[in-house]
Design a protein around this ligand. Structure first.
Ligand code: MTE
Ligand code: MO
Length: 320
């Protein structure tokens, strides 16, 4: 293809396969006049119909940093044992009830204490950086853990584009909520929309993943399609799903589980085997699909080398 300069070739590697094929179809379809009219423009932007990025679209990624060499869970385990209260509070409900969830078109708005507030379409997010596969552990506060080949890139890539002002000290995140599509949300027992937060330096740590896929594909709906966070050194509830709003703020923002029960769930919620939940020990965990807690829980879920410095001098019993 004449119009594909060598520098464009890498896009094939970071573009969902069906999107890439659509682009080729598009290029074949528009003819010479069309090609001339497009000279100098970004073909990819014009060629991606928003409907093409749906759950299960193939993603090609490069190998990212920080991967564990532990055994990866099966796709089936990770997609049939979920917490996604908008679609029901039982672990098997999100898989059943989220299948018709409409995730395209999708935009993430970024606002607050930033120089360049803006919205990102899902197609724009997919092109912000080469997609990386990172095999992270994720541990739920309830005591189960999973090892997943997530796909995405560091959240810091997006943050740098909007240029936080010196007043920004925290980042507030909000999930999509539509009672029409999520009729069980009103029985979830938590306030919705789901909200979460990080300190700015936590959000900027390269380990914090803006996640768009797993197991070589875009995210299944029950795992937070089309875009979520994965913050692997914190309990799973910090890894907010189906993200629509990011707001940079001066003060520590409210978080869903802290609003529900502040004695049990703190703002930090770093994985910590030495600080028990008021109702159960956090010393051990069970790796899905196992029943028994055969794994020792590691401080900061084993990611201390990357993130322990963020908490230097802080009392992690007080800041649970
Ligand atoms: N919007 C939203 N995000 C959410 C939740 C939720 O109920 N709603 N549950 C959280 C909890 S408690 C966990 S353990 C993880 C689970 O992610 P997984 O289902 O992909 O394993 O998602 C987190 N993100
Ligand atoms: Mo969780």
């Amino acid at each position: 293809m004449l119009l594909r300069k060598p520098t464009d070739l890498t896009y094939a590697d970071v573009t969902p396969k069906s999107v890439y094929l659509d682009r080729r179809k598009f290029l074949r379809g528009i003819g010479i006049a069309g090609l001339a009219a497009l000279a100098g423009q970004r073909l990819l932007e014009l060629a991606i119909p928003s409907q093409s990025v749906h759950a299960g679209t193939k993603l090609t990624s490069i190998k990212g940093p920080f991967s564990t060499d532990e055994k990866i869970n099966s796709f089936n385990d990770v997609t049939h044992y979920n917490n996604f209260y908008e679609f029901g509070v039982d672990k098997d409900q999100p898989a059943k009830n989220s299948q018709k969830f409409v995730t395209s078109p999708w935009t993430v708005s970024v606002s607050g204490e930033v120089k360049k507030a803006r919205k990102f379409s899902m197609e724009e997010i997919l092109k912000l950086a080469p997609l990386e596969e990172r095999i992270y552990r994720l541990r739920c506060v309830e005591g189960w853990s999973i090892v997943v080949p997530w796909i995405g890139f560091s959240l810091s890539t997006l943050v740098n584009l909007v240029e936080p002002t010196p007043k920004a000290r925290f980042v507030a995140f909000e999930s999509y909520y539509d009672p029409g599509q999520m009729p069980l949300g009103k029985y979830a027992g938590i306030e919705l929309p789901y909200v979460e937060g990080l300190r700015l330096d936590e959000a900027m740590n390269p380990l914090t993943l803006l996640c768009v896929g797993m197991y070589g594909e875009t995210l299944p709906n029950q795992d937070g399609a089309p875009v979520r966070l994965v913050v692997p050194w914190k309990y799973g509830f910090k890894s907010i799903k189906s993200l629509v709003k990011i707001r940079f703020v001066k003060d520590q923002p409210p978080t869903t589980w802290n609003l529900y029960s502040s004695q049990e769930y703190g703002f930090y919620s770093n994985v910590n085997p030495q600080v028990d939940h008021p109702r159960w020990s956090q010393a051990r965990e069970r790796r899905l699909p196992e029943f028994f807690k055969t794994h020792k829980t590691l401080m900061l879920n084993g990611y201390g080398e990357q993130v322990a410095s963020l908490y230097a001098g802080m009392d992690l019993r007080k800041n649970y």
